[in-house]
Design a protein. Structure first.
Length: 127
């Protein structure tokens, strides 16, 4: 048989693709203990997103004021502490989005991110 007569195994037939859900999904969909697909609740996603938006708005205000303090007459400890607090708050917020499929974990991360924002406001009042 010449190479021109050989056919690809996919010619003339549809390739076998794994199923996205349902029975026989073959482990492509994360399974819970009851056998149901672990899905992110949209209310939880919306709640975390709204909370994150509020943190971003308040954090932007504190960052603008902090920038004037850093370039102005702020103490030497202010810049590294203020920047570290902001970076930690952003990491905690990202972790909240990464853990959305768990029930209470995103709220703990968002509460910790809010605590870092309150610490930034406290630094602004001290510095």
């Amino acid at each position: 048989m010449s190479t021109s007569e050989q056919q690809s195994p996919l010619v003339g037939q549809a390739p076998a693709l794994p199923r996205q859900g349902g029975p026989g999904a073959g482990g492509l969909v994360p399974q819970t203990r009851r056998g149901e697909a672990a899905a992110v609740r949209l209310r939880r996603l919306a709640g975390v997103a709204i909370w994150a938006l509020l943190l971003v708005l308040a954090g932007s205000v504190s960052a603008i004021v902090g920038l004037f303090r850093i370039f102005g007459d702020g103490p030497g400890w202010f810049a590294p502490a203020f920047i570290s607090t902001g970076v930690l708050g952003m990491l905690l917020t990202m972790m909240a989005f990464a853990t959305l499929r768990f029930k209470g974990v995103p709220w703990m991360f968002m509460a910790a991110a809010t605590a870092t924002l309150l610490a930034a406001f406290a630094m602004l009042s001290m510095g």
